[in-house]
Design a protein around this ligand. Sequence first.
Ligand code: HEC
Length: 125
Amino acid sequence: MNLKRFGNLSLPVIAGIAILFLLNSSCKHDGIPADQMTPVAFADVQQVYFGYCTSCHSGGNGGGSRLDFTTYEGILRTVSKGNSSNSKSYQAMINTFQIMPPKGSVPTSQRTLIRLWIDQGANPQ
Ligand code: HEC
C-alpha cells in the first residue's frame, strides 16, 4: 500500500523534473552576441519603418510630430548606436505604456531586426 502510493507519486515527480530539465536546456537564448550574427542591412530596417512608422513620422506631416523616419539621419536621432535598450525607436516598439504604432504592433521578427541592427552599431548599409 505504502509502496504503491510512492509509486503513483513518483511518476509525476520524475516527469516534472524531466520537464524542468528540458525547459532549462532548451531555453538558452543568451548564446550569440549581436555583433557575431549576420549583419542586418539598413534596407531591411528601412522597410520596417516604412511599413509601420512613416505614415505618421515623416517630419511635420501632422499625426506623429517632428520625428522623421524616412531617412537614415532621421532614424538615427532616436537611436543610440549599439544600445537598443537606450534607443527610443526600439523602445517605442516594445513599450507597454505607449506602444508604437498606436494601433497594432510591429511583429516580433521585425522588432528583432531593429534591435539587432541597433546593437550591431546602426550602420547605414
Ligand atoms: C498612427 C500614427 C503613428 C504611427 C504609425 C507611429 N507613431 Fe510614433 N507617435 C505618434 C504620435 C501621435 C506620437 C506622440 C507625439 C509626440 O510624441 O510628439 C508618437 C510618438 C512617438 C515617439 C515618442 C517621441 C518622444 O519624444 O518621446 C517615438 C519614439 C515613436 N513615436 C516612434 C514610432 C515608431 C518607431 C513607429 C513605428 C514602429 C511609430 N512611432 C509609429 C504616432 C504614430
